[in-house]
Write a protein that binds this ligand. Structure first.
Ligand code: AFP
Length: 338
C-alpha cells in the first residue's frame, strides 16, 4: 500500500467533512512545530539545551531550557497563520493573544509544550500534548474564561512522542490515528488508522511511591492487581511507570493497559497532579476515540466544566473494563452506587 502522509490524511478528513480548512492548517502548523521540537530534543547535550532554564512556570515548577524553547517554537509557529484566536500553555499564566498585524482565526489552541521534561536530561522519551477548541462567537480577544470549555467540545487533540521514533497521535472525533515521522523525508506518515485499545488490561502504570497517601478505594484496587493470580482478579498484572504521560499513554494506545494518577492526601488541596485543559482532556479524547475510557475515578473527565486554565484533576485512563472497575470501587466507597 502507498504511504499516506499527514497532509494527504488531512485532505481526506476535509473531504469527509470532519474538519475545515482552518483546522487542517492549524494541525499542519502544530505538526511542523513539533518536528522542530523533536530536532531540538534530539540534539541532547550537543545542542546546549539540557538542564534548568533557571525560571519557574505558573505552577511553581522549575522550567527546563527545553520547556521554554518548545513553548517558544509553538507560539512562534502559530502566531501568523491566521487560524488561531489565541493560545494557552502550561508555561504561561494567561492566554497568549495573536500579535497585532496578523489575521485571527476561529480556534483556540492549548498545549503542554514538553510533557515529562524532568526526564529530558536522562534521555527518556518526552512529548507535546495539544487540544483545539472553537473560540466562542463574537470573542475577538479570548481570555482564560473562553478556554474553559468541557473536553467534549474539543475539535481535535493530539500528542507527539519524541522517542526512538517521533510519533504523532491525533483525533478529530472520528477515530484515533498514528503517524510516524520519516526523518529523511521530513514528513509524518500514517502508521496506524483507527487504533483500538483492548478492553481488558494486564499492565498498569502508577507511581507506587505515593501508595501510602492514596484513598481507600485506590488501595483496594491496586492491592488486588498486585495480588495477581492468587487474588480476587485471578490473573497477574505487570507494572510500568515512565513518568512522561505521553510515553505511558502511547504504550496503552499501542498494547493496552491503564494509567492512573489518582487523588492522594499529598495533592488533595490542588485537586490532582495533571492539568485538565492540556493534559487530561486531550488524552481522554484520544483514548475514548480508541475505544478506551477516561475518568477522574469518579466521573468522565471530558464532562467536567473546567474552572481554571491550569486546573488539575485525577486521571484514570486506558482499557475500558479496567478503568470502569477502578471507578466503580471509588463510587462504591463514596456510597454513590445505591
Ligand atoms: P514533568 O513535565 O514535570 O516531568 O511532569 C510530568 C508529568 O506531568 C506527567 O507527564 C507524568 O505522568 C507525571 O508528571 C509524573 O509525575 P510523578 O513524577 O509524580 O510520578
Amino acid at each position: 500500500m502507498k504511504p499516506v502522509s499527514l497532509i494527504q490524511f488531512l485532505i481526506e478528513e476535509r473531504r469527509a467533512g470532519h474538519i475545515n480548512a482552518e483546522l487542517s492548517l492549524l494541525i499542519e502548523v502544530v505538526a511542523r512545530a513539533c518536528k522542530r521540537i523533536g530536532v531540538a530534543t534530539g540534539k541532547g547535550a550537543l545542542g546546549g539545551v539540557l538542564g534548568e532554564a533557571g525560571t519557574g512556570n505558573i505552577q511553581g515548577e522549575a522550567q527546563k531550557k527545553l520547556d521554554v524553547i518548545s513553548n517558544e517554537i509553538l507560539l512562534e509557529a502559530n502566531a501568523w497563520g491566521g487560524h488561531l484566536a489565541a493560545c494557552a500553555s502550561e508555561e504561561m499564566e494567561d492566554p497568549q493573544q495573536i500579535p497585532d498585524g496578523y489575521p485571527k482565526g476561529q480556534h483556540l489552541l492549548l498545549f503542554d509544550p514538553l510533557d515529562g521534561s524532568s526526564n529530558i536530561d536522562v534521555n527518556i522519551s518526552v512529548g507535546t500534548i495539544f487540544s483545539v477548541l472553537r473560540c466562542p462567537d463574537g470573542v475577538t480577544e479570548p481570555k482564560a474564561e473562553h478556554f474553559l470549555q468541557p473536553g467534549t467540545t474539543q475539535l481535535a487533540a493530539g500528542y507527539v512522542v519524541y522517542g526512538p521514533a517521533t510519533v504523532l497521535v491525533l483525533t478529530f472525533g472520528h477515530g484515533t490515528h498514528e503517524f510516524t515521522l520519516d526523518r529523511e523525508v521530513g514528513s509524518f506518515v500514517l502508521s496506524r488508522r483507527n487504533i483500538r485499545i483492548p478492553e481488558q488490561a494486564t499492565e498498569f502504570a502508577i507511581n507506587m511511591s505515593n501508595q501510602r497517601h492514596w484513598q481507600a478505594p485506590m488501595q483496594r484496587y491496586v492491592g488486588e492487581l498486585l495480588a495477581g493470580r492468587t487474588g480476587p482478579r485471578g490473573k497477574d498484572f505487570n507494572m510500568r511507570w515512565v513518568a512522561s504521560m505521553v510515553a505511558d499513554v502511547h504504550r496503552i494506545v499501542t498494547r493496552g493497559g491503564v494509567f492512573y494518577y489518582p487523588l492522594d492526601a499529598k495533592i488533595e488541596k490542588q485537586g490532582g497532579k495533571l492539568r485538565i485543559m492540556y493534559e487530561a482532556n486531550p488524552m481522554a479524547f484520544i483514548v475514548e476515540q480508541a475505544g478506551g475510557a477516561a475518568t477522574t475515578g469518579r466521573r468522565r473527565i471530558m464532562e467536567i466544566q473546567p474552572t481554571g486554565l491550569h486546573q488539575r484533576v485525577p486521571v484514570f485512563l486506558g482499557s475500558k473494563e479496567e478503568v470502569e472497575l477502578a471507578t466503580h470501587y471509588h463510587l462504591e466507597a463514596d456510597g454513590a452506587m445505591s
